[in-house]
Design a protein around this ligand. Structure first.
Ligand code: UT7
Length: 323
């Protein structure tokens, strides 16, 4: 049977690195608080004029290089972001132009921090249905542009960055030994839309707005819902937790990551952690962590991998794949 297989991965981080101490120069906060409550030590912020599509294009080039492909080998770009360059066109089409890609189609997916999981599941569907053979799946964000710099409870948590994977159609036996995406699970519940949202928008206020979050409430939902989505893809894929080689979780908070792992009975040695270096980069966090993990030797061809994320919506989900 047909499978959507990862054939390349790459990432890009803006040059400016901002340590926790920087926030203490204008807010009542400390490196100690940020580190102990979130696990974050530093994050990258985009330079003035550097846009989400710039970050995405650099990550896409790295993923294409890793796959040994050129832009015109790609049939589709699916880009997950909540911080687009413009209201329209889709940031994916801007990336298409910047890559010099003259064929195929490109569109954005908006599911906030779960965006990359949603994009991956949709790209998988396009490959399995024969709409595309090779899909560039990107997560890219410039959350520094929607921070309220007076709100110490949120502005210390987020960063900018981009990651990308190339998904290619391949053949498998239809078992969990196949490489590629083995199962997906997407969920959302709009009853919780106001616990994590941005205060502006085109149709409501004609402003961009700032991020607002009821952190404790989001935290509570996160552990339960991420564990449930992970169990769901393991069950759909017919694998047990002992078979999982690697977990690439959304990088929001080390306490969410470790509590979810504990709930699932998965040891921390199996969990990829990059939150200390990137902060929460929303839809970029998973492909960024995948790319860093592959470079560290933590993610190897054939590894049974699960990835999971939750964010505004609430929207969440998980994907089981063999790397
Ligand atoms: O990717 C999307 C999903 N988002 C998330 O996963 C975020 C989920 N939530 C979290 O990660 C955590 O809830 C936070 C890191 C946001 C906060 O951690 P917490 O342990 O839930 O702390 P808290 O909000 O209960 O705040 C504890 C105290 C409060 O002071 P009082 O009321 O106890 O006096 C806050 O005002 O810490 C205070 N506080 C700070 N102190 C120093 C909040 N932010 C800061 C800060 N520096 N930056």
């Amino acid at each position: 049977m047909k499978r959507a297989i990862v054939s390349g991965v790459g990432h890009y981080l803006p040059a400016r690195i901002v340590p926790n101490d920087w926030f203490a120069t204008f807010l009542d906060t400390s490196d100690e608080w940020i580190r102990s409550r979130s696990g974050i030590e530093r994050r990258h912020f985009a330079a003035e004029g550097e846009t989400t599509s710039d970050l995405a294009t650099a990550a896409a080039r790295a993923a294409l290089d890793d796959a040994g492909l050129k832009p015109d080998d790609i049939d589709a770009i699916v880009l997950a972001t909540s911080t687009p360059d413009l209201t329209f066109p889709a940031t994916a089409t801007i990336v298409q132009q910047k890559l010099g890609m003259t064929r195929g189609f490109a569109f954005d997916v908006q599911a906030v921090c779960a965006g990359f999981v949603y994009a991956l599941a949709n790209a998988n569907g396009m490959i399995l249905s024969g709409q595309a053979e090779r899909v560039l799946v990107i997560g890219a964000e410039t959350f520094s542009r929607i921070m309220n710099w007076e709100d110490r409870a949120t502005c210390v948590l987020f960063g900018d960055g981009a990651g990308a994977v190339v998904l290619e159609a391949g053949e498998g036996d239809g078992t969990s030994a196949d490489r590629g995406i083995l199962a997906t699970d997407l969920q959302s519940d709009g009853r919780y839309r106001d616990i994590l949202q941005v205060s502006g928008g085109v149709s409501s206020s004609q402003t961009t707005g700032h991020l607002m979050m009821a952190g404790k409430e989001v935290f509570r939902h996160a552990v339960d819902k991420l564990a449930a989505a992970t169990l769901s893809v393991m069950e759909k894929g017919g694998v047990t937790r002992d078979q999982i080689d690697r977990v690439v979780p959304h990088q929001a908070n080390i306490r969410i990551i470790s509590r979810t792992a504990a709930k699932l009975g998965l040891p921390m040695e199996k969990i990829v952690v990059t939150v200390q270096d990137h902060g929460n980069t929303s839809a970029a966090s998973i492909p960024l962590a995948m790319s860093v993990a592959q470079a560290r030797g933590q993610l190897k061809r054939g590894d049974l991998t699960v990835t999971e994320a939750i964010g505004g919506g609430l929207a969440w989900g998980a994907v089981l794949l063999r790397w």
